[in-house]
Design a protein around this ligand. Sequence first.
Ligand SMILES: [Zn+2]
Length: 149
Amino acid sequence: MGLFTILRSVPGTFTTMFVIERPFLNQILNHLQDCYPEEGCGLVAGDEMGRVTAVYPIENSLRSPTAFQMNPQQQLQTMLALEANGWQLLAIYHSHPHGPETPSVTDVQQAYYPDALSMIVSLANQVTPTVRLFQIAKSIVIEKKIKVV
Ligand SMILES: [Zn+2]
């Protein structure tokens, strides 16, 4: 038994669904592959319906293959851009260059934005990256469905 358990998304628990258009998902995947073998990270903006409106790659200040910390200045500028557009912070994405595609203990401990989902991309298989989405709040991890349109 680990320090946290991943729960399956329960139908009806959430009013919104995470909907992302293929070009936005590709933007995320391309950025993370550019960062490989270091972890890459960024922010996903969206509207109140849970539909992605923009993707913002952020520099990983740690330049590490096993950890990330968003460049504070870029992060702040992005948050201001979101506010100016009337968008919400839907998700924070980052890669695990060598997997797994589930949150690490550090990811759970450092989930400072409980309202934002955590998108984790494993590049263990570089040709077909694995993308999973989690809601992390108070050490409870719930997997969310991603709808690619
Ligand atoms: Zn992680």
